[in-house]
Ligand binder design. Structure first.
Ligand code: HEC
Length: 99
């Protein structure tokens, strides 16, 4: 009886973790898709780890993404900007993100 409920709890936890992982993967792939479609042509990864990088924290990273999508007249909303910034942050910058 006890064992059964432990199993049920474990199973529930795994389900939640899988959902969180799926959510993260979805966010990353949308940002990745947008970035590789619209942005990657001019920069190599080097742009994001050079010494004099402009994006020195999460807010500035988002500002750069906003600036660049504006340069290309893409008209991205806040959600798309955040997704691409999150993608770049996961890949290169690793700044702490506010919720
Ligand atoms: C016309 C070429 C070009 C395009 C298109 C372009 N970039 Fe850039 N990007 C650059 C260059 C050159 C730099 C480095 C110099 C600078 O920031 O002015 C840069 C720098 C950046 C930086 C700051 C890097 C750092 O840490 O200093 C970010 C973030 C960035 N780009 C994001 C984007 C995103 C997102 C897009 C697509 C919406 C994009 N860029 C499209 C040429 C481009």
């Amino acid at each position: 009886m006890l064992r059964k409920s432990v199993l049920v709890v474990l199973f529930g936890l795994c389900g939640n973790l899988a959902a969180v992982a799926a959510e993260t993967a979805r966010d990353a792939s949308r940002g990745e898709l947008l970035y590789s479609t619209h942005c990657i042509a001019c920069h190599t990864a080097q742009v994001h780890w050079r010494d004099k990088k402009i994006a020195t924290n999460w807010t500035k990273l988002q500002a750069q993404v906003r600036r660049w999508q504006g340069n290309s007249s893409l008209g991205w909303g806040d959600a798309d900007i955040a997704e691409v910034a999150r993608y770049l942050n996961t890949l290169y910058y690793h700044y702490p993100e506010p919720d």
